[in-house]
Design a protein around this ligand. Structure first.
Ligand code: UDX
Ligand code: UDX
Length: 423
């Protein structure tokens, strides 16, 4: 099939590249000319495990990127995967979705074949029907007999997105009618996974409910962990005994500094805002966010038990990415921790295998180290913020510190004499 993917960010680039790998002819339409150039040169503008190889292989064959919407004119199917960032009140900003829909509509004005427009971005229920559909139909001057509409949420974890795309545990396809849904299903023919067909709004809600549930599991584990810490119990031992119950499941029970990333914080906030707008009081979801915001502050409180005055002290922060295997720092728990340290006058020395360039834009004035050893040398305290596997090997490096005060926000170190946030 001929596929256009609008938005070449984390989701759009992985989606487009994997569709090309499945044998489709794909054009990624991306507003940023630098990203377009990089993609066409086979160089992903972001780091994602396995993506570079697939991109190199497919840019030579079935994948290209462009800044203009012309490729939409002969597409069988168009996926929208532009960002839906949070507005100051937590609700989703749908401006990019709206402008992409208008541009797609314009491009479809003079076409003669049936095309389906699919929303892949995470959007509040009603967006595909009330914003995308009218904009595309108005601009194109066409009817729903000529253009179909669908919503196909992604469940890609950053760092493992290619694997998640090619081996999903389910494919959700919401559509306005069966013809549109069937076309989306066809694109995934070669992927073995259960396919769930729903209406448009249910598909939109499935994404929010899934992410809110996963975020709830993490905040729940953190709350249990905080209680365990008071009682001198190891929460990881506890969760090992909780997870085997199939009604609960063993994954996403890792207590620590909380969840970051482009999805959980923003999607839970958007769901809260959505609930409030329809007269609900989403107490549980609000608590999920509250617990998550407190966890980084607990790291600082623990540190201050060992280093009572942080003013002028060198503090090492290991891990800046919001999780391992990515260079993404969006809503990383390292951000509030660095903010608090800087506010208290500490000299922050930060290390991350991948995310230093992104964090430098946010905090240009702290020290960035190319080696863990440089961050640790003469530090009075160390905070571990990301579950990078390479941190598990650290031990004697901590002897470079002025004193061995190590506060773990992720259960990743194997050495002794560390203090965990929840254990
Ligand atoms: C995606 C989804 O779209 C979001 O709803 C979901 O919750 C998380 O994943 P992501 O791919 O992570 O977002 O966002 P980002 O990396 O910011 O990519 C969006 C891309 O769209 C950017 O490259 C941006 O330049 C591009 N864009 C934006 C366009 O090409 N056209 C526009 O009109 C707006
Ligand atoms: C998430 C969802 O997993 C994915 O399905 C969705 O489409 C996008 O959002 P992602 O944000 O890439 O993916 O990463 P994920 O692995 O889910 O981790 C999110 C955050 O939760 C990270 O900060 C991680 O450190 C934290 N986390 C995860 C925990 O604190 N404890 C856990 O047990 C698991």
């Amino acid at each position: 099939m001929k596929i256009s993917v609008v938005g070449g960010g984390y989701v759009g680039l992985v989606t487009g590249t994997c569709f090309a790998e499945l044998g489709h002819n794909v054009t990624i339409i991306e507003i940023d000319p630098e990203k377009v150039r990089a993609i066409n040169n086979g160089k992903p503008p972001i780091y994602e495990n396995g993506l570079e190889d697939l991109l190199k292989k497919n840019t030579a064959r079935r994948l290209r990127a462009s800044t203009g919407y012309k490729p939409v004119t002969d597409a069988d199917i168009v996926f929208i995967s532009v960002g839906t960032p949070p507005k100051p009140d937590g609700s989703a900003n749908l401006a990019y979705i709206a402008s992409a829909s208008t541009s797609i509509g314009e491009a479809l004005k003079n076409t003669s074949t049936y095309c389906v427009v699919v929303v892949k971005s995470t959007v509040p229920p009603g967006t595909t029907d009330k914003i995308v559909r009218p904009a595309v139909l108005l601009e194109s001057g066409k009817t729903e007999k000529e253009i179909g509409f669908a919503m196909n949420p992604e469940f890609l974890r950053e760092g493992r997105a290619v694997e998640d795309f090619l081996h999903p545990d389910r494919i959700v396809i919401g559509s306005s009618d069966s013809r549109a849904g069937n076309r989306v299903a066809e694109v995934y023919t070669d992927i073995r996974a259960p396919v769930l067909r729903t209406g448009l709004t249910a598909a939109e809600m499935i994404k929010y409910a899934s992410n809110a549930f996963l975020a709830t599991k993490i905040s729940f584990s953190n709350e249990i962990g905080n209680i365990c810490k008071r009682l001198g119990i190891d929460v990881y031992e506890v969760m090992q005994g909780v997870g085997p119950d199939p009604r609960i499941g063993p994954r996403f029970l890792n207590a620590g500094a909380g969840f970051g990333g482009s999805c959980f914080p923003k999607d839970v906030s958007a769901l809260i805002s959505l609930a409030e707008s329809c007269g609900e009081d989403p107490q549980l979801l609000r608590s999920v966010i509250e617990v998550n915001e407190q966890q980084p502050q607990r790291m600082i409180q623990l540190l201050e038990r060992h280093v009572p005055s942080l003013n002028g002290k060198k503090i090492a922060v290991l891990g800046l990415a919001f999780k391992d295997n990515t260079d993404d720092i969006r809503d990383s728990r390292a951000i509030p921790v660095i903010e608090a340290l800087v506010k208290k006058g500490a000299r922050v020395a930060a290390y991350d295998p991948m995310a230093i360039p992104s964090m430098r834009k946010l905090f240009p004035d702290i020290e960035y180290c190319v080696k863990v050893e440089d961050a640790l040398t003469a530090a009075e305290g160390c905070l571990v913020m990301t579950e990078w596997p390479e941190f598990s090997q650290l031990d004697k490096e901590f002897d470079l510190m002025a004193q061995r005060v190590i506060i773990e926000g992720r259960r990743i170190l194997c050495c002794d004499t560390t203090e965990g946030i929840c254990w």
